[in-house]
Design a protein around this ligand. Structure first.
Ligand SMILES: [Fe+2]
Ligand SMILES: [Fe+2]
Length: 191
């Protein structure tokens, strides 16, 4: 199955070099983090390869996939650029028959995180944020933290994203705020 997944990803992003490079960067980074945390290598590979598989489908297609597996409310808190996490989780259930809850959760929360993430969720969330093709200085900073203190890295990434979206005037999902509160170092205050 891993070979098929790898081939499918290459085909899906045959015309999207940047995305393919990103996915490969996420795979490599997720494997490094997973090894450090002694996580299942196969599950990590499946989640990392498939996390963005629906990235380039239409909004209508995202919604249709999500509605098959998630309650109506799941969409309400999200903006369209965030749909692909849930639609990718739905896609891997539907087309690969993957029903492992941890894998589906990791794919489903890779964009904004959530409180009480499992180790695999944190690994994928961070790998997506820090993989070497990410050009932002904050990605480098979080990368350094991730290999020392994974929860602190999660907090730093979410906090930075929230501040960025607030500055841009974009919608910040409630789940992102809840995740930031959950991972905030004790005594921290966000104004
Ligand atoms: Fe993504
Ligand atoms: Fe990604």
């Amino acid at each position: 199955m891993l070979e098929k997944i790898r081939r499918d990803v290459e085909e899906t992003f045959a015309d999207d070099e940047g995305r393919l490079a990103h996915v490969k960067g996420v795979v490599a980074t997720a494997l490094l983090l997973a090894r450090k945390l002694k996580l299942d290598r196969r599950k990590t590979l499946v989640a990392a390869y498939l996390h963005d598989i629906t990235k380039n489908i239409s909004v209508k297609a995202h919604k249709a996939l999500i509605k098959e597996y998630y309650p109506e409310e799941a969409l309400a808190d999200l903006t369209p650029p965030l749909y692909h996490a849930l639609s990718a989780a739905a896609y891997v259930r539907k087309f690969y028959g993957i029903d492992d809850a941890e894998t589906l959760r990791a794919i489903g929360s890779h964009t904004i995180g959530r409180p009480r993430m499992t180790p695999l969720e944190k690994v994928l969330f961070l790998a997506d944020y820090i993989e070497p093709n990410r050009p932002y200085p904050i990605s480098k900073e979080v990368r350094t933290i991730a290999f020392n203190d994974i929860d602190k890295a999660v907090f730093t990434a979410i906090d930075h994203s929230i501040r960025h979206f607030e500055k841009e005037g974009g919608h910040v999902p409630e789940t992102a705020y809840a995740a930031r509160d959950y991972y905030a170092p004790k005594g921290a205050c966000h104004g």
